[in-house]
Design a protein around this ligand. Structure first.
Ligand code: ZN
Length: 457
């Protein structure tokens, strides 16, 4: 077997690796590049491989940086199968359709604001392209090896990162290639811990947090409870910008678990995100994939998605009524970094008053409204309005969907033969740190993937 690296080879987005095995060519992921406008322009470029030669795609999970260029691949002529875990197949529809809507809105906005009269900005892809992708999907289950071509076996195993996320094992020509996909930390609520692998000849491993250790989830959750108490005493509302997949559902899980302890019955809780509401239905459907603790919680009296005071507000008209609640509302809304979505309306309505609280539960990247708020901005601009920021802001780490350095080392440590590792899906700082600690601990060969680098398995 042979691997060629195309995307997430020196950055954390655009995951895409090409594998040659027994005369066939596979893609592991076909993700979108995310970041600055300039970075995202690269999504429009030709693929660095011949589409007609690709025999199959294996998709690790439904995050856009892993699946977001599938609609382009298909609209440019790919007609083969896309193998993925069955829950990922369900999430794929929701995430790709959302990405298509965003692309459409971007194009419309761009065309409206052009001064030269040319209105030729086409969206990267459309909902029709997404529909075509879905017809190519072949659902797989965890731990069920499948011979997709003669002498080429694929096995998906739980990666514990988001629902349906998988590490991919490819076996061919007497060799085993293991692709970690994105790996979750242990003890993520609802999800099982990442599965253990014992043997591989080459490992492609993510390294997003290869240089960091996370705060514990327990400490983080305790802090969340304390913030609610403080906000109640202040007589305000609590806004939580959150990603629609994963974190929004995790928050509801903690609310169910600590419902009595945190006196949550006195609050009104809103999940104000049409996408998060759709994802809730998918999570509910796949209870079989939950860890033991979540299965117990789901059998309990207070279930995460049926809290007695939880309101789903997918319609705009419903969302607008939330602002009638002047105190005692917990509002979870997207987008996670406040770059778009309904959270911006809520921020506009709440930021100027000190009795309200904003809780950041996820990473806020440079240049986003979320980051400016986290960094302590006293004034921000939302929908063209200058708004003074007096609301109290909290950043709680520790709810990451990615394993930290210790978690990555532990996952690798179960491999009995210390195989060589190629670090993908990480910035260079994180990968350098990971390489040093890994070589010290296991004495194995550690390489950093670069675009168009090639390796034999
Ligand atoms: Zn991911």
């Amino acid at each position: 077997m042979k691997v060629r690296f195309h995307g997430a080879a020196g950055e954390v987005t655009g995951s895409c690796h090409e594998v040659h095995a027994n005369g066939k060519i596979l893609l592991l992921d076909c993700g979108m590049i995310q970041g600055s406008e300039e970075d995202e322009k690269r999504n429009e470029l030709e693929f660095p491989f011949e589409i007609s030669q690709i025999d199959a795609v294996v998709l690790s999970h439904a995050h856009i940086d892993h699946c977001g260029r599938l609609p382009l691949l298909v609209s440019r002529g790919y007609s083969g199968p896309i193998y993925t875990q069955e829950a990922t197949a369900d999430l794929l529809k929701i995430l790709l359709e959302d990405a298509a809507s965003l692309a459409q809105m971007d194009a419309e906005r761009d065309n409206k604001h052009r001064k030269d009269g040319h209105q030729n900005h086409q969206p990267l892809f459309t909902k029709a392209d997404v529909a075509k992708v879905l017809t190519h999907v072949k659902k797989m289950q965890y731990e069920m090896p499948q011979e997709i071509f003669p002498d080429l076996h694929v096995t998906l195993r739980d990666a514990g990162h988001i629902l349906g996320s998988a590490s991919v094992t490819l076996e061919s020509e007497g060799k085993t290639l293991l692709f970690s996909g994105d790996l979750g930390p242990k003890n993520t609520p609802i999800l099982c811990d990442p599965a253990i692998h014992r043997k591989a000849d080459l490992v492609l491993m993510e390294s997003t947090y290869g240089g960091r250790l996370h705060r514990s989830r327990e400490a983080t959750v305790t802090e969340l409870g304390e913030i609610f108490e403080q906000a109640w005493n202040d007589g305000g509302n609590v806004l939580i910008p959150a990603f629609a997949v994963g974190r929004s559902q995790e928050l509801l899980y903690w609310f169910a678990k600590y419902f009595d302890e945190w006196n949550l019955n006195r609050w009104k809780i809103f999940l104000d995100s049409p996408m998060a509401v759709k994802v809730v239905a998918v999570v509910d459907k796949h209870e079989a994939l939950f860890d033991e603790e979540a299965k117990k919680v789901w059998q309990g009296k207070i279930r995460p998605f049926n809290l007695p005071n939880l309101h789903f507000t997918p319609e705009v008209a419903q969302s607008k009524t939330i602002s009638d609640t002047k105190r005692g509302a917990i509002i979870i809304a997207g987008s996670g970094m406040c770059t778009g979505g309904r959270i911006r309306h809520h921020l506009r309505d709440h930021l100027d008053n000190r009795k309200h609280h904003v809780v950041f539960v996820g990473y806020q990247s440079q240049g986003t409204l979320g980051r400016r708020l986290v960094d302590g901005a006293k004034q921000v601009r939302i929908f063209g309005e200058e708004i003074s920021v007096n609301a109290q802001r909290h950043t709680i780490g520790g709810l990451s969907a990615h394993a930290d350095q210790a978690g990555l080392l532990e996952w690798y440590g179960h491999l009995e033969n210390n195989p060589p590792v190629v670090l993908v899906h990480g910035e260079d700082d994180a990968r350098d740190a990971m390489k040093i600690v890994m070589q010290k601990k296991y004495g194995n060969e550690v390489l950093l993937a670069r675009p168009e680098m090639e390796l034999d398995v």
